[in-house]
Design a protein around this ligand. Structure first.
Ligand code: SF4
Length: 335
């Protein structure tokens, strides 16, 4: 069992992906999703170059380089919680590089394949490391339940009535990895947004798209799809971050979460979304140099709807080729 390391309340803890945030909150700490911190910065592109100047190869995913360089500018993030299993080997290596630079690193392993006993052990290790009890974590989970329910409602308003736009859906759900470091303030923000969205007239998109894969690194992806008149009514990974399955205990919740495990649970989730949300097509976003690109073939073969695969590298606007391909795809799907 790892030794407890107690941090003063409010200490910022970086997250490299969605990791049991309930434990971080139970310890009174402020979770910071490093992906969101990187990508929302006006310095995002420069940070990728800065990581390369610091020695990261060109052939490493830009998200990893962005996180590394972002952390150099944020010394107040005391420790980083790294998924050393269930994310990717780049993240595992990043953890070691951060440790070599004297950043404190805490590891979390999503069991592969998913296994209840191992998940319970990993949660117990994390709780022990942060000095919290299972009861305190369960209480943190209970406190988040109304917010998670609201996020579920926000998602429904996206695909049932289009009162929530695809980009809004994406942003609210993606931020549920860390709740912008303050779940109470985030809950108020979500509930105020829902109040306004519910007053909008229902709409129906002419082309109903789903976005599959990790969050796109492009800076104008959403604006361009809106320009084309396509509605994204399903955001696979942000929805997973929001933990849309209610009334599960913590171990079950993180075992049901599809992102860290094999492709088959993801396929089942995608199939259900295609059917329930009446999707006309899917855009599969892939990241340059990411192993997840290998799943493209199986995603294209198994879902029974047209799939357009696009690839992004750095945080830049869409290149002209990708714009043309998106336009042609939406044209083909338009009734
Ligand atoms: S995009 Fe792929 S390679 Fe990059 S951090 Fe995510 S899983 Fe790893």
């Amino acid at each position: 069992m790892p030794l407890a390391r107690l941090y003063p309340p409010g200490t910022k803890i970086g997250l490299t992906t969605t990791i049991p945030v309930e434990t971080v909150l139970a310890a009174g700490l402020a979770p910071v999703d490093l992906n969101n911190l990187f990508i929302t910065s006006p310095e995002a592109l420069a940070r990728v170059s800065a990581a390369e100047s610091a020695g990261f190869p060109r052939t490493v995913c830009a998200w990893v380089k962005g996180i590394y360089a972002t952390l150099q500018d944020h010394p107040e993030i005391t420790a980083v919680l790294v998924a050393c299993q269930g994310d990717c080997s780049y993240t595992q290596a990043l953890g070691e590089i951060l440790e070599a630079g004297n950043r404190e690193v805490i590891h979390f392993k999503f069991p592969y394949p998913p296994d209840r006993q191992q998940m319970e052990q990993e949660l117990a290790n994390l709780q022990a490391r942060l000095g919290v009890t299972p009861e305190a974590t369960a209480l943190a989970q209970e406190r988040l339940a109304p917010l998670r329910r609201d996020l579920r409602r926000l998602d429904r308003l996206t695909w049932e009535t289009a009162q929530v736009r695809g980009e809004e859906n994406f942003l609210y759900l993606i931020n549920s990895s860390d709740f912008e470091s303050d779940p109470e303030a985030y809950a108020l923000k979500v509930s105020e947004f829902l109040r306004q969205a519910e007053q909008r007239p229902p709409r129906s998109a002419r082309v109903r798209l789903g976005l599959v894969g990790i969050p796109p690194i492009f800076t104008d992806f959403w604006d361009y799809l809106e320009e084309l008149g396509a509605g994204v009514v399903f955001n696979e990974i942000p929805r997973q971050f929001s933990m849309p399955y209610l009334d599960l205990n913590l171990a079950e919740q993180y075992l049901r979460y599809t992102y860290p495990y094999d492709i088959f649970a993801r396929l089942a989730d995608l199939k259900a979304a295609v059917r329930e949300r009446r999707l006309d097509g899917l855009v599969h976003y892939t990241q340059s140099f990411c192993f997840r690109q290998m799943f493209d073939q199986i995603i294209r073969e198994r879902l029974g709807v047209p799939v357009l695969t696009i690839e992004g590298d750095r945080p830049t606007p869409l290149d002209s080729r990708t714009r043309m391909r998106l336009e042609a795809f939406v044209d083909v799907l338009r009734p």
